[in-house]
Each structure stands twice: as C-alpha cells, then as structure tokens.
Ligand binder design. Structure first.
Ligand code: TYD
Length: 138
C-alpha cells in the first residue's frame, strides 16, 4: 500500500491474481487503501464531452478505480499543486483525500468508474465553488 502525506493525491496498485480461470483484483479497506470503506458508487454512461466533479469534499477520502474503459482526472490540492491522471488500469486506483478539488472528463464510452469512500453521503460536506475552496486553504 502506498500512502502519501496528508492530502497527497497518489496512485495505488492493487493485488491482482491471474490463473487459467482469468483475473481477480482485491481491495481491502484499511489494508490496500488507507481508510475503511463506508460507501461505494459508480459512474457510467458519461459522454466524452462532459465534465463531472468540479468540487472538493470536506470530510471524505476517495479511491477512484476505472474497472472498465478510461477517463482523465485533474486535481488541485491544498498547496495549489495541480496534477492530471489518466485512469485506464483496473488494477490501479487514484487516492483523492479530503480537501482536494477534482474534475473528471474524457470518459470513454465503456467507462465505469468505481469510487470507494471513507464516509456516507452528505451534500453538506461538498465545496462546489472554487473560490470557497481556495479560501479554505488560507
Ligand atoms: P454529483 O456529485 O453531482 O456527481 P459528479 O460529481 O460525478 O458529477 O452527483 C450526482 C447526483 O447523485 C447528485 O444528485 C447527488 C447524488 N449522489 C448521491 O445521492 N449519493 C452519492 O453518494 C453521490 C456521490 C451522489
């Protein structure tokens, strides 16, 4: 398990088992990812020209896994560091800790993006205005 500093966005490689029956990838909360999994949702059927996200979460850490197809994720962390990740490997997930702004785009037609979350859903923990996100960091 790769764990970065607080608020570090990073790729995590999962254990994958292959044999003559095919492949099997394992993700365990608090082991392969640095939190207990309270929620899972998945994104699919997003057109290529659509941008999703455009928000940060105050409390929730997430790991995004492209179990089918591909998409691109842009992140901006609390140090204003910007990164771009192309997700196209179902054996890797992108850890996006709390208080990181993210945009998701370039979804392929077959994209299914699974998102593991450290918290239950609450609309109150979303920051939807970029200006507010920037102000939170000072
Ligand atoms: P939204 O956060 O706008 O999706 P994205 O950031 O990928 O563009 O969520 C879309 C809708 O789904 C919105 O009405 C809120 C709802 N939703 C839930 O009810 N529970 C959840 O866990 C999530 C992530 C979203």
């Amino acid at each position: 398990m790769k764990t970065g500093q607080k608020n570090d966005v990073s790729m995590i490689e999962f254990a994958s088992h292959g044999d003559d029956k095919g492949m099997l990838t394992v993700i365990e909360g608090d082991k392969s990812i640095p939190f207990s999994i309270k929620r899972l949702f998945y994104i699919y059927g997003t057109k290529e020209d659509v941008v999703r996200g455009n928000h940060a979460n105050k409390q929730t850490d997430m790991v995004l896994i492209p179990i089918s197809g591909s998409c691109t994720i842009e992140t901006i962390d609390t140090n204003q560091e910007q990164n771009t990740f192309v997700l196209n490997d179902k054996n890797q997930g992108l850890l996006i800790p709390k208080m990181v702004w993210r945009r998701m785009f370039n979804f392929s037609n077959d994209a299914v993006l699974v998102v593991l979350c450290s918290e239950h859903y609450s609309p109150n923990e979303y920051i939807n205005e970029y200006e507010e996100f920037i102000e939170c960091n000072y």
